[in-house]
Design a protein around this ligand. Structure first.
Ligand code: NDP
Length: 593
């Protein structure tokens, strides 16, 4: 260690080598193929445990707009469309209610890590004050329902229904929307908001199907079996040996509750998460009530602005997302070369992650367990987590961390999980193994455009679109996703921007008497070029990261970048959309009457 490194308390070169070694340990040739999809026998893992299925006759009708998905994205799209005068809407949703990810994810401890004042959409419209800085699942779900009621969207919703195909009908100039209930809805326009976390996945561990105990995925929590609810109190686990596989953002939130209730808990870890402080607090009504109209959008943009380096204003949210980012930005001087800036950022990242590792050491009493819980990668390589009880859980005598040293669980038998030469007998196995995000380009349903061309075929080497919304050959299809669009640490901010944009386009179509909108090939090629010009930022960020769904399990490719978000970030993307709308020409779109 040099003198200056002694001041730092760590050796950057040693850390770089450690990060690389930890990453290499986790790289696998099978990438995304290591996971199992919930088909056939495994389909039982994605059945809806929350709402009893109601039988109904198939629906056959015309609609101006079909929205796929009733999460915050679908709700926002419907709300903004209604405000813009587009009323003839159908929302088709797999779940038994609105809420999307918050309908499905009811696991104990489920809560949002993003501040509720910017995360819960339409707070001013609904005149609602969140109860805490970080809202918990019941409040978030209730808010989704409240949006549905406020905008009178329940009569427009078709729940418990999965779309099986969208097919463009050239003669009618409509999208035939087919569902698993035998419905046929002929939509003039389709707005797709499939959501990020709609496809739960299981790890492809040998023996998954042979386990004879009780098992479920966190997004289909079985409260019948565990007792309790999203706030905890899992009283039926008192005599159960439970295994949780996975230590991502979901596990971080549910482990403390299972730890409190189960007779024995084994947490099977492949890669530790970086767990910072949460510091939740109740909302002070005096503070909340002093906000002036338009405050929510300003606060959202203030938060998003931090990540774009626009830190002139006060950091209004000032939490575990924004503070480290500001620390990074402030570590680089304006006159630094690109290389010097990168070095300064890296050094600050090391310091921040040293703080995270120090927190583990301070909290977890058993030295070996603490060592295993330390994350060795850059801060944004994996989803940062925030929790004040997770690490503490490992001090409970009934909780055991089973660290697989980056290899993952090896095998599951009819009653146990095998790691190395040890067998861990469990009564219940909970898969906190996340969601499949690798199919983003194909989307969850076949979309068949002009001349029978499938979108998955058109996008087989990566997406091509205008602003992520439109793609040539698929008229009147509008996509709301992160693909070639923007990824915001606060998802609803981007969904809000996308909804406004879509509402603008469809209301303009209505005003101008237009029945078909299609992006030209030139316009989508120009956007692809612009997107790719900045995608080196995406590639650089992910290339040296430990594997995760962020970087296609370590297989960073052009395909990943093409399907990734706009490299210049959400604020730049929002500026582009605003200018495009202000211009009023609907540039790049062909309009047909
Ligand atoms: P993740 O994909 O983040 O985590 C899955 C976990 O399963 C990882 O720890 C992974 O290990 C582990 N895993 C996979 N295969 C194996 C195996 N064979 N053996 C052992 N472990 C294995 O899913 P989550 O559900 O935790 O989170 C998904 C996303 O949902 C988050 O990234 C976040 O964006 C969002 N979320 C947001 C919350 C919020 O507060 N707003 C709360 C919860 C989730 P490895 O890391 O090695 O791949």
């Amino acid at each position: 260690m040099t003198d200056s490194n002694e001041n730092l308390g760590f050796d950057p070169e040693e850390l770089a080598a450690k990060y690389k070694a930890e990453r290499d340990k986790r790289l696998r040739t099978d990438g995304n193929d290591q996971y199992l999809h919930m088909h056939g026998q495994l389909a039982r893992y994605i059945e809806d445990p929350y709402t009893e299925r109601t039988e109904r006759a198939p629906i056959e009708e015309d609609a101006e707009v079909v929205i796929m998905g009733g999460g915050f994205g679908g709700l926002l799209a419907a709300a903004r469309l209604k405000e813009a005068g587009v009323e003839d809407i159908r929302i088709i949703e797999k779940g038994g209610d609105f809420g999307g990810t918050w309908y499905w994810n009811r696991y104990p401890g489920a809560a949002c890590d993003t501040e509720s004042y910017i995360y819960l959409p339409l707070l001013e419209e609904l005149n609602y004050m969140p109860t805490e800085k970080y809202a918990r699942r019941p409040e978030i779900f209730a808010h989704a329902q409240a949006i549905g009621r406020h905008y009178d969207l329940y009569p427009k919703a078709i729940f418990q229904t999965a779309i099986t195909e969208f097919r463009w009908d050239e003669d009618r100039s409509r999208w035939l929307t087919l569902t698993d209930r035998g419905d046929e809805i002929r939509a003039r326009f389709v707005v797709m908001v499939p959501g990020h976390y709609q496809e739960p996945k299981l790890p492809g561990i040998a023996g998954v199907e042979s386990f004879e105990g009780h098992s479920f995925h966190t997004s289909r929590w079985d409260f019948e079996y565990t007792g309790g609810d999203a706030l905890g109190g899992l009283d039926r686990l008192h005599d159960k040996r439970v295994g949780i596989i996975g230590t991502g953002a979901t596990a971080i939130q549910c482990v403390p509750h299972v730890a409190r209730s189960a007779k024995k808990l084994y947490v099977f870890q492949r890669t530790p998460s970086a767990v910072g402080e949460r510091n939740d607090q109740p909302t002070d009504p005096d503070w909340f009530n002093q906000f002036k109209p338009g405050w929510q959008k300003r606060r959202m943009l203030n938060f998003t602005g931090v990540f774009a380096g626009r830190i002139g204003d006060a950091d209004q949210v000032s939490d575990g997302w924004t503070k480290p980012f500001i620390e990074m930005l402030r570590s680089a001087a304006p006159d630094m070369s690109e290389e010097e800036r990168a070095e300064a950022f890296q050094l600050t990242d090391y310091k921040i992650m040293e703080g995270i590792r120090h927190r583990v050491e301070e909290t977890v009493k058993d030295k070996q367990t603490a060592e295993a819980l330390k994350p060795w990668y850059n801060r944004v390589c994996k989803r940062p987590c925030f929790h004040d009880d997770y690490l503490e859980s490992f001090n409970n005598p009934n909780v055991e961390l089973v660290d697989t040293e980056g290899r993952g669980v090896e095998r599951i038998t009819e009653n146990a999980v095998i790691v190395g030469d040890k067998e861990y007998e469990v009564d219940c196995l909970i898969y906190a193994t996340g969601f499949d995000l690798s199919q983003a380009a194909g989307f969850p349903v076949p979309i068949i455009g002009r001349h029978g061309e499938a979108l998955s075929q058109k996008w087989k080497d990566g997406a091509i679109s205008l602003h992520g919304f439109h793609t040539h050959g698929f008229p009147n299809l509008l996509i709301m996703s992160t693909i070639q669009s923007a990824l915001d640490a606060n998802f609803p901010n981007m969904l809000e921007e996308q909804s406004r944009h879509i509402a603008y386009i469809l209301s303009e179509a209505k005003k101008r008497g237009v029945t078909e909108i299609e992006v030209t090939e030139e316009a989508e090629e120009a956007w692809l070029e612009e997107h790719e010009r900045h995608s080196h930022i995406t590639i650089q960020t992910w290339e040296n990261c430990t594997p995760s769904y962020y970087n296609d399990e370590g297989h960073v490719s052009r395909h990943l970048a093409r399907n990734g978000a706009f490299g210049l970030g959400p604020l730049a993307f929002i500026d582009i959309l605003e200018k495009w709308r202000a211009d009023g020409k609907l540039e790049g779109l062909e309009l047909r009457k």
